[in-house]
Design a protein around this ligand. Structure first.
Ligand SMILES: [Zn+2]
Ligand SMILES: [Zn+2]
Length: 466
């Protein structure tokens, strides 16, 4: 018997990476997300068709037709005509575990489709974050249970063991997975970076992995793209976390190099601004919100958060210095009422009296709130909040509205992904026998420094014997 690996997605896309490692009847599958491409996606994740959810995603090829991972019930919904179905979980005798590296949609967006009889594992921090996301209606379509993992603690699926090791990425709870079968040692990096706030995670990770004999390293290659040539801009930016280099207006500040620069740059920009300061972040990156709260405090402005973000901050950060934005003509939800027991609310009228006193969160889905605000001398600090780049049609809407109201746009984007040099450094430190770059539009550009490290660019749906 030999270990095999099958790739079900994510080989030349950013995200949607799904691989299956099998030894006999034991198998593990890691990550179960959706490819994110707002310009061409057929999926609208806000549409909740619970009864046909699994079939819908299969029909749209948003999830792979793997035998034995979807339940009979989910595969037999009424509208199941016109499709060839994979075998249901009940029809196979695999022992399966699914492992989620972190809570970005491109890694977890379809984990709710897994049959309830199959355990789905994530780190304890990820599980807490997921529970909180469900509370603010950012959960997934189907309800199911999730198992939690502690870093460095092995989980056994038959003869395969999986051990999570913490890595730094732009969301809490991120992990890599070390997968050991009777004959192979495979390392999946997860999404990683070496310029974040937690370099210590990466140093510890590399120290451990250097000592191991890794037969296969699956590593993310998000940053690998052909050199600049205007033609490929939209194509190369079709990913969830990249920093666009073109297609946006001139700004005062140079591109940020490190997560830890954000607070200081926000301070500088707010000091120069005589009007309302706005910010747009992806709030799953709660640690980044802490930097914005710190910056507001330093310059003596009051941070104002949207209730959903305030809920996450209240759950995961220790600071309590912010107010909650209140929409005047809307009734309070139970979640908002609860928050207002702890934090003060604030209305548009109050902000408009002294706009220069505030640092107001504005997510893209609330951009029309700008129409109510006094935007004289205002600036907008965009730090990897949606929309992320010109590949997203909303990105142009955002810029058109900001330009229309003469709001200064400043990008404070810091990528969640390691640079090309850092990825090559990681490969060189770990020295696997074989490296498989994925989670990349251009995996063929990954060329290890050490020529003894072999590169494999696998084919989708093909099974490889190691
Ligand atoms: Zn990703
Ligand atoms: Zn990610």
């Amino acid at each position: 018997m030999k270990t095999t690996i099958t790739f079900w997605g994510g080989l030349d896309t950013i995200g949607g990476n799904i691989a299956e490692v099998k030894y006999g009847n034991d198998r593990i599958i890691f990550d179960f997300g959706l490819v994110y491409n707002p310009a061409s996606s057929m999926l609208d994740t806000t549409v909740k068709r619970k009864h046909t959810h699994v079939l819908d995603l299969l029909k749209l090829h948003a999830i792979p037709a793997i035998d034995g991972i979807y339940s009979e019930k989910d595969l037999s919904a009424a509208h199941s005509f016109a499709m060839e179905k994979p075998l249901a979980q009940e029809q196979t005798d695999y022992q399966t575990g699914v492992f989620i590296s972190h809570l970005h949609l491109d890694h977890m967006g379809a984990m709710d489709t897994i049959a309830p009889a199959i355990p789905v594992y994530m780190t304890e921090a990820s599980r807490q974050l997921f529970r909180a996301l469900e509370q603010i209606d950012e959960g997934l379509t189907l309800d199911r249970a999730y198992e939690s993992l502690a870093y460095h603690e092995k989980i056994t699926i038959g003869q395969i063991t999986v051990t999570p090791y913490q890595v730094d990425h732009d969301v809490i709870g991120a992990t890599s997975f070390l997968i050991e079968t009777p004959d192979e040692t495979i390392l999946y990096s997860g999404d990683i970076r070496m310029h974040g706030a937690h370099q210590e995670y990466m140093d510890a990770w590399l120290d451990i992995m250097k000592e191991k004999e890794i037969s296969m390293l699956l590593i993310e290659g998000t940053s690998f793209r052909p050199e600049e040539s205007g033609l490929i801009l939209t194509e190369k930016q079709a990913d969830l976390h990249s920093v666009p280099e073109a297609g946006k207006p001139q700004q005062k500040i140079p591109r940020l190099q490190s997560e830890t620069d954000i607070e200081q740059v926000a301070v500088t920009l707010m000091k120069e601004s005589h009007g309302l300061a706005l910010f747009n972040v992806y709030h799953r990156n709660v640690e980044r919100i802490q930097q914005f709260l710190n910056a507001a405090k330093i310059v003596g402005r009051i941070a104002v958060l949207e209730p959903e973000t305030a809920y996450l901050v209240n759950e995961f950060l220790s600071t309590g210095e912010f107010r909650i934005f209140l929409e005047e003509d809307e009734a309070l939800t139970p979640l908002q009422k609860n928050l207002l027991n702890q934090y003060e609310g604030i209305t548009v009228e109050q902000i408009n009296e002294r706009p220069e006193k505030y640092f107001l969160q504005n997510s893209f889905h609330h951009i029309y709130r700008l129409l109510d605000l006094n935007l004289k001398d205002s600036n907008y600090l965009h730090a990897n909040g949606m929309p992320l780049g010109p590949y997203d049609p909303s990105y142009h809407t955002m810029h058109a509205i900001l330009t229309h109201f003469q709001v200064d746009y400043e990008s404070l984007d810091v990528s969640g992904h390691a640079s090309k040099e850092d990825i090559l450094y990681v490969i060189d430190q770990i020295k696997p026998r074989l490296v498989i770059p994925w989670h990349s539009k251009h995996p063929e550009l990954v060329k290890p420094i050490n020529e003894n490290v072999e590169v494999l660019l696998p084919e989708k749906f093909r099974t490889y014997e190691l």
